[in-house]
Write a protein that binds this ligand. Sequence first.
Ligand SMILES: [Zn+2]
Length: 206
Amino acid sequence: MEFSSKLLEKAVNEMAQLPGIGKRTALRLVLHLLKQPSEQTHYLSQALTTMRDDVKFCKNCHNISDVEVCEICSNTSRNHKIICVVEDIRDVMAIENTNQFKGIYHVLGGKISPIDGVGPSQLNISTLVSKVKMGVIDEIIFALSSTMEGDTTNFYVYKQLKEFNVKTSTIARGIAVGDELEYADEVTLGRSIVQRVPFEISLKNN
Ligand SMILES: [Zn+2]
């Protein structure tokens, strides 16, 4: 791609670093910004910079938050003895939208994936194990997507928790294999949480 402006080229190259954005799309977005009043670009860059600098991760569940303990964890009307284990904030948002879950979450921050170089130590697993070890948790619900990486992660975490006195369950697989949680419709996802099954049973079905 030949550019008549180095400034334009730099902006396009930065934009094209984002996932799913090729150079052509990046160019289209940048040209769009050039057609808008300059404040629009300032608002955008300001929002991104502030978000990147100021965002926090809840020290209890690792969910993205503006404060040290997220709204879900600090809500005393929720059941803090039931923890739903998810990959990232998109899953928290999807499950919250169903209005079917009144426990709290634990955000792993990814899935075990040797191909992508993600091992258990890079995920928020030890903090979950510590919580369970303290004996204050009744149930752990696994709600990772049913991909190979999701299953591997579920099983790894399950093995870490097995020796403790905690019930483990997994969301009912009304969701087709390979589907990501965030794309499941609310009714299906809500039902799969309500109709969750003991984790051991899900192992026998595989
Ligand atoms: Zn939290």
